[in-house]
Design a protein around this ligand. Structure first.
Ligand SMILES: Cc1cc2nc3c(=O)[nH]c(=O)nc-3n(C[C@H](O)[C@H](O)[C@H](O)COP(=O)(O)OP(=O)(O)OC[C@H]3O[C@@H](n4cnc5c(N)ncnc54)[C@H](O)[C@@H]3O)c2cc1C
Length: 315
């Protein structure tokens, strides 16, 4: 069911300035592909966010929260319903307490991960340097359990506050969070019948450290990333999850001889085989075709099914 004219009129009257209709998602994803979403909303306040989500929930209009769109592939047909971006309404970092060289810091979902890392370094707090160079927001990083070989969000996260239209806001301790490799499943703790959970903020436990040492370490991490990462063309970072053991996804794709392979404007990076890059005006269809080619070839050659790390959404 598409939004009616009445729905659109209500949205325009209630949220003027915070919403756009038929907004191309290519503007909001790091891959720079994706068709239009019916409603793209950037609520100004938490209250506005809740009013909008409750309205959508009651009307059975699907809604989805995104962050930087750096792990998203939106199909060319676009998305039905509402996409929410929290960068205006949830963008604060606050210290929530100190004790014996530890400090708890709360970061709202719309805060950029880079800003959070910078805050930690400037305030002499260790624990976040693993995330240096990972684009996107706190909300996206929590949902993806973003990380590298140096660590991941689960190492520093203490609590997550989520919102569901039927249940309101609730805080979840780490012990209740089902983190996996590049994933967080909230299904067991956030009954889906209460609405799709939206991460509002995370509280992180960090440790006191010399800011100069943190800065030096961070500098090295960023330099190393720059060497390794194909950053000339738009991408979503590593496209596939690494298998639990054996070769990495990149090594498998490379061994299958697929580096540099192109479909339309999309290319398997010749610098890092687990990156699919938008080389020249690629469509989501081009990227999905390359994804399929990789999966089929790797399965045929090595008997391994590669699972996308990138979230694919759209009709
Ligand atoms: C160049 C490049 C390098 C990268 N390197 C790394 C890396 O080293 N390690 C790594 O782990 N990842 C990496 N990534 C992938 C990506 O940056 C991370 O997964 C990042 O944490 C995603 O954050 P985001 O805000 O962009 O989330 P999005 O891509 O916008 O969303 C990701 C998922 O989270 C959901 N989501 C987002 N915000 C919320 C919220 N508030 N509430 C509920 N659900 C939400 C979305 O619906 C979606 O399912 C890289 C990407 C790029 C482009």
């Amino acid at each position: 069911m598409r939004l009616s004219e009445d729905d659109k009129n209500w949205l325009t009257t209630r949220f003027e300035g915070s919403i756009k209709f038929d907004e191309p998602m290519s503007k909001h994803t790091s891959l720079r592909v994706g068709g239009p979403v019916e409603v793209f909303a950037i609520p100004d306040t938490l209250e506005e966010l809740m009013v909008l989500v409750e309205w959508a929930w009651k009307k059975e209009i699907p809604y989805l929260t995104v962050g930087g769109g750096t792990n998203l592939l939106v199909t060319d047909n676009g998305v039905h319903g509402i996409i929410l971006l929290l960068t205006h309404c949830l963008n604060k970092i606050t210290s929530s307490g100190k004790d014996n060289g530890r400090e708890w810091v709360t970061a709202a979902a719309g805060v950029k991960l880079a800003a959070f890392c910078r805050y930690a370094i400037e305030n002499g707090l260790s624990g976040t340097n693993f995330a240096l160079g990972i684009p996107g927001t706190i909300g996206g990083a929590i949902m993806m359990n973003a990380g590298t070989v140096l660590g991941s969000m689960t190492d520093i996260l203490e609590t997550v506050t989520v919102y569901q239209p039927e249940r309101g806001m609730h805080k979840l301790g780490k012990a209740h969070l089902d983190f996996g490799y590049r994933s967080l499943s909230l299904e067991k703790v956030c009954n889906p019948s209460h609405g799709l959970p939206i991460v509002l903020e995370g509280c992180f436990r960090l440790h006191r450290e010399d800011p100069y040492r943190l800065q030096q370490e961070g500098h090295g991490i960023l330099l190393e990333r720059r060497e390794r990462e194909p950053n000339r063309y738009p991408s979503a970072g590593s496209f596939f999850k690494n298998p639990e053991s054996g070769k990495t996804a990149g090594e498998l794709i490379d061994s299958a001889g697929l580096k540099g392979r192109q479909i339309g404007g999309a290319e398997i990076s010749s610098k890092h085989a687990n990156y699919i890059v938008n080389r020249k005006n690629a469509t989501a269809g081009d990227i999905l075709s390359l994804m399929k080619l990789i999966q089929e070839t790797v399965l045929e050659r090595f008997g391994i099914s590669l699972e996308p790390e990138v979230k694919i959404i759209g009709d």
